[in-house]
Structures are given as structure tokens and as C-alpha cells.
Design a binder for this molecule. Structure first.
Ligand code: ACO
Length: 368
């Protein structure tokens, strides 16, 4: 016969296109979207081999984010040589929580359970924020050492490989007792009915700062430093110190707003709320960001600039025109009153590179 050779049938599909992520509430599917990246799950080609009509549905209870994974297809092809069809479930399950539902029917029944209406996010309510129109959002905050916070993070961590290029999930089985160095912020939409719908989350890691001794060795920080070292060295008896009192740098590690909620100012409001929290936090000396991408940098620049522009000393910054002819770069350092800028920088807890970037943006905006 004239049948086309079977090699003409496309046997691979793009894994980003094949995966449908949905958020579901008792009434309806709130939203459906695709992951942006799947290379860490399905390989650099981001392809899945060996199925016809493949559909991968990862459905989430929109409040507690307990998922169910459903993989369907019309046909599974025979292996080609020693290339077997991709083990789709196996590949994804590594990134999903053990508490995932195994059956769609059980997931559907759980969504309809009256307990949906009573559920509230783990941790404590940090802030209520007004969105566009009359939309209301809540930011909840908790430690990763809190089992309910940890459980929710386990359920949503697959969003890191899905949406952050080069992002890595937190090792939640960390046995070194470092979980309490992580603070997690959850952004939820509060519906008029009082139920919660997941929008995004961010994790922040606390880095302890060493306080160098003064020459006399009588630095007031000495006691603290010794206690800190004792804490790190587990052979020494653990002093009774509170973690939250040690001076630290708080580093935003992962920050995600789900696609249906992007581009509407949600990321900015969430970022500013986290920033406000650490400005108030006495032990945090500096707020930094781990490996930000371009989209995050843009959002950060806009919001840091807006924050600084509310400060009169910053708004009063001027370019020293007399210094201008000598300089070649965009903003010469010698035109700035560096000591007072440094005071402003430490007060605002912005990391040096980011701060001077925003200063440069401000000065450039004065030229036009
Ligand atoms: N590309 C370029 N710029 C962007 C993007 C984007 N995808 N998204 C936002 N911005 C910039 C824009 O300049 C925007 O200004 P506009 O309002 O004039 O458009 C500004 O940021 C503020 O936008 P928001 O609406 O407040 O930001 P959003 O809610 O979309 O959140 C974020 C931005 C966090 C980057 C979101 O798109 C997201 O979660 N993306 C996927 C995951 C991700 O990339 N996370 C950051 C990784 S880095 C890290 O985790 C430390």
C-alpha cells in the first residue's frame, strides 16, 4: 500500500504547550495557563516523546493549592529503538508534593467540601492591599519551620522551575535546621465571599552578618559574634539567643506572581509590602535580591525609585554641572555628596549596587 511511513507522524510535543495548569474553586475553573519553562523537568528540548493527543492537566485547589495531576492521551506509541515514551507522571511527580490527590474524582469532591469556605492561609496576616477596582488582596507571612507554611510551599514549589529560569526549589528536607532562616510571604486574593485564591508567593532568606571586632576588642557586638559562632559550631553549647535578634541581610530568593495576575501592579504591591516589612524589621540591615531577572529588575527599579522619590534629600539631588565636562560615564561619582547618600542608603536598607542604579536613574531623569 501507499501508507505514509510512520516517521511522518509527529511523535514529540512541546512540554510547555502540553501542560495546562488550572486553579479551581467550588464553582469554576478560575484560570488556566501554561508553564514558561519545563527544561528542568523534561530536558533542554522541552519535549515529550511518544504520545498522540497528550494532555497534562495540573489542577490546583485555588485556596490550599493541593493539586491533582491528570495525564491523558489517545495513543501511546511503541518505543523507537531504545527510545521509550517519556514517563510523564514520573518526571512531574518528583516536583509535586506527596499530598497531591491521586484521583480526579477525589479532588473534585474535596473542592466541593464546605471546609473550602473556612480555609485561610498559613502564618499570620501581614497586610491587606487594595488592587485595581475593588479587588482585595491579603499578604500572609510565616516561617518555613512552621509545618503549615512548609506544606503549602511543598505544593507550590513546582512553580519555581515552571516560571523562574535557573530557579531552584528549596530543599524542604533540609536536616541542618535551617528552615527557620526562610520567611515565606503568600499573596492571596480575597473574594467578596471571603474565600482565598492563590496569586503568588515569595521566599526570603536571612543571612547573618558578622560584626567585626574593634581594635580594642571591646566592640559591643563581640558578645553577639561569639554567640553567633557558637550557634554555627554545634560542638559548643547553644546559647539562648533569639535568631531574630541577630543582625542580618534579608535576601528575596524567589518571587512569583501567577500569569493571570501579572502586569496589573500585583507584583509591585507585593514587593513593596515585603520591603516595608523588612524596613521595620530591626535585625535586617539590608534587603537584597538573589539573581533577579530582567522583569524583576524592572519592577524593582520602578518601585525603589518611587520609594526614594518620597524622600526630600533624594529629590533634592542635583548634578554638579561644574563636574560635568570632566566626566565620561553617565553619572560621575564626584558630583555626589557620597557620605550623605550612604546615610540615606543604609537608612533605606537598599544594597549598594541597586541604590546607585536608582540614583543614576534619578539623575538621568533630571537631564531630560
Ligand atoms: N517583562 C518586563 N518587565 C516587566 C514584566 C515582564 N514580564 N513584568 C513586569 N514588568 C515591569 C514593567 O515595567 C511593569 O511596569 P508597567 O506597569 O508599566 O507595565 C512593572 O514591572 C511592574 O509590573 P507589575 O504589574 O507590578 O508586576 P507583575 O505583577 O507582573 O510581577 C513579576 C512581575 C514578579 C516579574 C511577574 O511577572 C512574575 O512573577 N513573573 C514570573 C516569575 C519571575 O520571573 N519572577 C522573578 C524572578 S527573579 C526572583 O525571583 C528574585
Amino acid at each position: 500500500g501507499m501508507r505514509a511511513p510512520s516517521s511522518y507522524i509527529p511523535r514529540s510535543v512541546n512540554s510547555n504547550d502540553a501542560i495546562h495548569i488550572s486553579l479551581v474553586n467550588p464553582e469554576k475553573t478560575v484560570s488556566t495557563f501554561h508553564p514558561k519553562f519545563t527544561y528542568s523537568i523534561f530536558g533542554d528540548e522541552e519535549s515529550i516523546f511518544g504520545y498522540q493527543g497528550l494532555k497534562i492537566n495540573l489542577r490546583y485547589n485555588s485556596s490550599d493549592m493541593r493539586p491533582v495531576l491528570q495525564v491523558t492521551y489517545n495513543k501511546k506509541y511503541k518505543p523507537v529503538g531504545d527510545v521509550e515514551p517519556t514517563d510523564v507522571k514520573g518526571a512531574l511527580e518528583e516536583f509535586l508534593p506527596k499530598t497531591a490527590f491521586e484521583k480526579v474524582a477525589v479532588f473534585d469532591a474535596a473542592i466541593k467540601d464546605p471546609s473550602y469556605a473556612e480555609w485561610s492561609p498559613p502564618g499570620e496576616l501581614l497586610k491587606t492591599v487594595q488592587g485595581k477596582g475593588d479587588e482585595s488582596f491579603e499578604i500572609w507571612k510565616g516561617s518555613l519551620a512552621d509545618v503549615t507554611v512548609k506544606q503549602l510551599v511543598k505544593r507550590i514549589q513546582i512553580l519555581v522551575p515552571f516560571f523562574i529560569e535557573g530557579g531552584t526549589m528549596i530543599d524542604l528536607d533540609d536536616t541542618e535546621g535551617n528552615l527557620d532562616r526562610w520567611t515565606v510571604f503568600f499573596l492571596y486574593k480575597k473574594t467578596p465571599a471571603g474565600t482565598y485564591e492563590f496569586v503568588g508567593y515569595s521566599t526570603v532568606y536571612r543571612y547573618f552578618l558578622y560584626q567585626p571586632l574593634t581594635r580594642s576588642g571591646k566592640s559591643p557586638a563581640k558578645k553577639q559574634r561569639i554567640e553567633h559562632e557558637a550557634y554555627l559550631d554545634f560542638t559548643l553549647p547553644l546559647p539562648k539567643i533569639s535568631f531574630s535578634d541577630l543582625p542580618c541581610r534579608s535576601r528575596i530568593s524567589q518571587f512569583i506572581i501567577l500569569p493571570p495576575y501579572q502586569g496589573g501592579g500585583n507584583g509591585s504591591r507585593f514587593y513593596n509590602a515585603i520591603f516595608d516589612y523588612y524596613l521595620e524589621d530591626k535585625s535586617t540591615m539590608e534587603i537584597t535580591v538573589e539573581d533577579p531577572n530582567e522583569a524583576f529588575d524592572d519592577m524593582r527599579d520602578l518601585n525603589d525609585l518611587a520609594r526614594l522619590r518620597t524622600i526630600p534629600e533624594f529629590k533634592a539631588l542635583r548634578i554638579n554641572k561644574q563636574a560635568m565636562p570632566r566626566h565620561t560615564g553617565p553619572v560621575p561619582q564626584n558630583i555626589l555628596d557620597v557620605p550623605s547618600l550612604e546615610t540615606l542608603r543604609t537608612k533605606l536598607k537598599i544594597a549598594p549596587r541597586q541604590f546607585f542604579r536608582v540614583v543614576e536613574m534619578q539623575l538621568l531623569s533630571l537631564i531630560h
